[in-house]
Design a protein around this ligand. Structure first.
Ligand SMILES: [Zn+2]
Length: 93
């Protein structure tokens, strides 16, 4: 999956001040980088930030489903086109 394609759909906001620009310190050892909000100086874990933004994330998941569905439909249509290639009696789309 192209994660960049989907991550742009989610704008996480600082639960304290609403700022959306965070500093992120990658810590691969515990798999959970800490997020620092430079605006209000709050530091929190990624999961905490995501939990605080539950509604935003849920909405983005809905959008993602739509996008995935559109991709799937395109793929199926393409498959059908290929399946019927060479036949002059059946036309798709
Ligand atoms: Zn903040």
């Amino acid at each position: 999956m192209d994660s960049d394609k989907y991550s742009r759909l989610v704008t996480l906001l600082c639960p304290t001040c609403g700022n959306s620009l965070f500093e992120q310190s990658e810590d691969d050892e515990n798999q959970e980088g800490m997020i620092h909000c430079p605006s209000c100086d709050r530091t929190m874990s990624k999961s905490e930030l995501i939990r605080e933004n539950g509604e935003v994330v849920d909405g983005a998941v809905d959008e993602m489903n739509d996008e995935l569905l559109a991709d799937a439909q395109k793929e199926v249509l393409e498959m059908l086109r290929n399946a019927f290639k060479g036949s002059k009696y059946i036309r798709i789309g």
